[in-house]
Design a protein around this ligand. Structure first.
Ligand code: GDP
Ligand code: MG
Length: 331
């Protein structure tokens, strides 16, 4: 059974933006559509590069993303922006000055911009973000920027989802320590000190260089480059954009892109199997009651959960065997 109306996929593959938006809505809100979407989009992917843009709130992620996107378009790339930041001006909710400039970008038919709801108090990324990036890749966008909120543990998700990570910091805050604690500095491929027009840029540069001196080489990779810019004034952004392109070439050329893509696919297969097994189990008659009863028994009799889990697994095995037999009969 197809989830979507007839013609939607043709429109999508012809480059219809409404069709693309419809599919992203589906991966966000309609879990039952996911198998069909992934079935169509994964084989159609064209090697779009996912660039994560992360950093504390207000550091200039949206402004930097817009500046990078504009340059990518000028160099002939087809650009997607996934903004997971609820305050992102891409969605229209910001200062007028920003909004005008972002809309500039939004009107450009070579840029596809989409805000993603970040759910479940998880911060960082919406669970649908990787799928939305899959859709944009299949849509033919070859530079996909993913802007995420804040710097916290959740930000590490951006890693799984991106081929490259740009970490943005600004002078005059203690954010570098926060970022360090969260482990995001380990993950960054490029440090960008934004708002270099403000005081304290030298101090921040010094602390980053100090960090560089004391940090062992990270997993065989050298410490990332540190650049400074003022995205608001559009100063230094040519160099940042050039460096991002250089990192992209390096990522593709070194085989790291392929590796990232494979590990994303592995992860997807793993979670699809988990979803399928869980769906299968939870649909069994009385599954919810049995789980509740097992939990009650653990409390009442200080029981271990494992006898119950073993029984549940054998019910799944029996169910799978029955499904299998059903398939064999049909064939
Ligand atoms: N002084 C200065 N302000 C900037 C710069 N880049 C962004 N801003 C301002 O910082 C605020 C937050 O920017 P935004 O891009 O929304 O940050 P985000 O929350 O990280 O996405 C806005 O008012 C921007 O105009 C910069 O280079 N210098
Ligand atoms: Mg933002």
């Amino acid at each position: 059974m197809m989830h979507f109306r007839q013609g939607l996929w043709e429109e999508f593959f012809k480059g219809d933006r409404l069709a693309c938006a419809r599919l992203i809505t589906a991966v966000e809100n309609e879990p039952e559509a996911l198998p069909e979407v992934l079935d169509k989009v994964i084989p159609a992917q064209k090697g779009g590069i996912r660039v994560g843009v992360t950093g504390p709130p207000g550091v200039g992620k949206s402004t930097v993303t817009a500046a990078l996107a504009r340059r990518a378009v000028q160099s002939g790339h087809a650009v997607g922006i996934l903004a997971v930041d609820p305050t992102s001006p891409f969605s229209g909710g910001a200062f007028l000055g920003d909004r005008v400039r972002m809309q500039d970008l939004g009107d450009d038919h070579r840029v596809f911009i989409r805000s993603m709801a970040s759910r479940g108090g998880h911060g960082g990324l919406s669970p649908a973000t990787p799928y939305a990036a899959d859709v944009l890749d299949a849509f033919g966008l070859d530079r996909i920027f993913i802007e995420t909120v804040g710097v916290g543990q959740a930000e590490l998700d951006v890693l799984d989802c991106s081929d490259l990570v740009v970490l943005i910091l600004q002078p005059g805050t203690g954010d570098v320590i926060q970022a360090l604690k969260a482990g995001i500095t380990e993950a960054a491929d490029l440090f960008l000190i934004n708002k270099a027009d403000l005081q304290g840029t030298e101090t921040l540069l010094d602390s980053l260089r100090f960090l560089m001196d004391i940090s062992p080489v990270r997993k065989g990779r050298p410490f990332p480059p540190i650049l400074e810019a003022s995205a608001l004034l559009d100063k230094g952004m040519d160099a940042v954009s050039a460096e991002v392109e250089r990192l992209i070439q390096d990522c593709v050329g070194s085989g790291r892109y392929r590796e990232k893509r494979r590990s994303r696919l592995e992860q997807e297969i793993r979670s699809a199997i988990q979803r399928k097994l869980w769906d299968g189990y939870s649909m069994l008659a009385g599954a919810d009651d049995a789980i509740r009863a097992a939990a009650e028994e653990m409390i009442e009799k200080s029981g271990s959960p494992y006898p119950y889990i073993r029984r549940a697994c054998s019910r799944i095995r029996i169910q799978l065997a029955e499904e299998r037999a059903g398939c064999d009969k049909k064939e």
